[in-house]
Design a protein around this ligand. Structure first.
Ligand SMILES: *[C@@H]1O[C@H](CO)[C@@H](O)[C@H](O)[C@H]1NC(C)=O
Ligand SMILES: *[C@@H]1O[C@H](CO)[C@@H](O)[C@H](O)[C@H]1NC(C)=O
Ligand SMILES: *[C@@H]1O[C@H](CO)[C@@H](O)[C@H](O)[C@H]1NC(C)=O
Ligand SMILES: *[C@@H]1O[C@H](CO)[C@@H](O)[C@H](O)[C@H]1NC(C)=O
Length: 499
């Protein structure tokens, strides 16, 4: 009786001594299995999350607002309406037919000064637009005032160190002025290679002759004043004023000579090429300067093919033999078929060159001050930036290296994986696997035999799993997990202890 007190104290079920132990083992085994399954699910879930982020190739942005060590200097384009730029004497000499019609229609126009007055009337704009529709771009350019007459000289600043060393300053005057047609404008692009070649520091600009001036452009005041207004665009060096979304400043001409100071602010965006989500493209590899250049070349090409003129407002070479696009555009504006084609050209080219530039640079100009000067020249000065540049760079959100670290730590979290302690198990597992793959015996049985789970309980569980309709795949994955379990020496001991 005394030895039997447990059984009496516990009236539920007296059992043989061996039975509770086997049941206990079974419960621990089930608990272990649940933890194993839970850990596996957690591990797979996190791995999927991290892998998704890695595969999407998302980017993060890094924004810097600071004065750069080397000052970013843009090219400068001065644009004006083409009818502002027509010269009375050139029109007379080069296009006598148009000149004759002008004389008969507007008898008051007798010399350059009356012509200059007349140019700003709406009659004049209509007359010139219609008459010029018969001309090619190069023929139109011949009726214009010549650029070198208008722009007397361009003086770029030089480095302080060059001044100190008294280097030969002849190469300073190698600035070029390129004239292009961007209907309805004519643009003169000033490019001074010396400015980008000799990287200018902030110090160089602070100590220039006209304090802080990067480039000084001298205009012939007489010609400058015959036009109404000028637009000044800033764009990356070596490019032309491509695109329409550019900020500009407007300079209104005055009777007296003036000095105009324009300062600017630089923005730069660095995107990443595919597979990153920013999907940018390096257009220089295709022979273009930028995305806008590629778009304009495509549209001009298609428009030339269809209509024999450039695409409205896209940059054309000044010696092109294409007809003028603006006249064509306005004269045929009411034609729905033509409008549809123009629309199609625009859409087709946008579809072809949709990728943004990998390196985008913008310069936003601002008129700093205007001062009257007593001189026969007007002066346009580009001042150094007085506000910091903004640079926005994209970086990979999850580079491969970090992705691997994440995977390692996920394995560590759920399975206590550590390279150091697991290497022997991994090697053993790998050799076993190789053994299995090379032997003719069935894989499943072999791996099962290597696991530490033994006895009837396993058989029971196995039966239950198969009787509950689990697929072969499930069984294989559970068995594969057993393989992973070997990476946990501690769990083995824990199992074995209760067995
Ligand atoms: C131009 O013509 C107008 C009227 O015909 C005349 O008053 C003016 O003096 C002329 N200007 C020049 C520079 O010849
Ligand atoms: C684009 O390609 C050119 C030529 O290979 C290279 O010089 C330039 O640095 C590239 N630009 C960018 C933003 O990667
Ligand atoms: C322009 O069109 C011609 C054929 O019509 C083609 O060979 C050329 O590549 C095109 N150029 C551009 C920039 O699209
Ligand atoms: C634009 O593309 C479509 C489809 O590729 C083509 O059928 C159409 O002719 C193109 N339009 C022009 C104006 O090139």
């Amino acid at each position: 009786m005394k030895s039997d007190w447990k059984n009496t104290g516990n009236p539920i079920e007296p059992k043989p001594a061996s039975k509770p132990k086997s049941q206990k083992t079974q419960w621990y085994y089930i608990l272990d299995l649940i933890i194993l399954i839970g850990a596996t699910i957690g591990c797979i879930y996190q791995t999927i999350l991290v892998t998704t982020v890695y595969l999407e190739q998302q980017v993060i942005t890094d924004i810097r607002i600071q004065f750069s060590d080397v000052v970013r200097i843009p090219d400068l384009s001065i644009c004006l309406y083409f009818y502002n730029f027509v010269s009375y004497s050139n029109l007379k000499g080069k296009e006598p037919k148009i000149f004759a019609r002008l004389k008969s229609k507007f008898p008051t126009v007798t010399n350059q000064s009356t012509f200059n007055e007349w140019k700003f009337s709406s009659d004049a704009i209509t007359f010139l637009t219609v008459e010029f529709s018969r001309l090619t771009v190069s023929q139109m350019m011949e009726t214009m005032i010549e650029t070198h007459q208008l722009i007397e000289k361009v003086v770029p600043t030089i480095r302080q160190i060059d001044l100190v060393n008294n280097v030969n300053l002849d190469d300073v005057n190698d600035c070029s002025v390129q004239t292009t047609v961007k209907e309805p404008y004519i643009c003169m692009t000033v490019n001074c290679p010396i400015l980008s070649y000799h990287q200018l520091q902030q110090k160089d600009l602070e100590l220039t002759k006209y304090l802080g001036t990067v480039i000084a452009i001298y205009f012939n005041h007489e010609l400058f004043a015959t036009t109404e207004e000028y637009y000044v665009y800033l764009h990356p060096t070596g490019t032309l004023p491509y695109g329409t979304q550019m900020s500009s400043v407007t300079i209104v001409t005055e009777e007296n000579s003036h000095k105009f100071f324009i300062e600017y602010k630089g923005f730069q965006a660095n995107l990443l090429p595919p597979p990153y989500t920013t999907k940018c493209k390096n257009y220089t590899l295709d022979g273009f300067k930028s995305q806008n250049h590629a778009l304009e070349a495509c549209r001009n090409n298609a428009s030339l093919e269809r209509f024999g003129c450039g695409f409205y407002s896209d940059v054309m070479n000044a010696n092109s033999n294409a007809r003028l696009g603006i006249s064509d555009y306005y004269l045929n504006y009411g034609d729905p078929r033509r409008r549809k084609v123009i629309n199609e050209i625009y859409d087709n080219c946008s579809r072809l060159h949709w990728a943004p530039d990998c390196r985008q640079k913008y310069f936003v100009p601002r008129i700093q001050k205007v001062a009257r000067i007593d001189s026969s020249s007007d002066l346009l000065c580009l001042s150094m930036p007085t506000e910091p540049d903004i640079t926005n760079s994209c970086l990979p959100k999850l580079p491969l290296f970090e992705y691997l670290i994440y995977l390692g730590s996920i394995l560590g979290t759920w399975f206590g994986f550590s390279v150091l302690s697991s290497s022997p198990a991994i090697f053993k597992w790998a050799f076993d696997l190789i053994g299995v793959l090379t032997s003719s015996r069935p894989t499943k049985g072999h791996i099962l035999r290597n696991t530490n789970v033994k006895g009837k309980s396993r058989g029971k569980l196995k039966d239950r799993r198969s009787s509950s309709g689990s697929s072969k795949n499930f069984r294989q994955s559970v068995e594969a997990m057993k393989g992973i379990r070997q990476l946990r020496p501690k769990v083995h001991y824990w199992d074995d202890y209760f067995r």
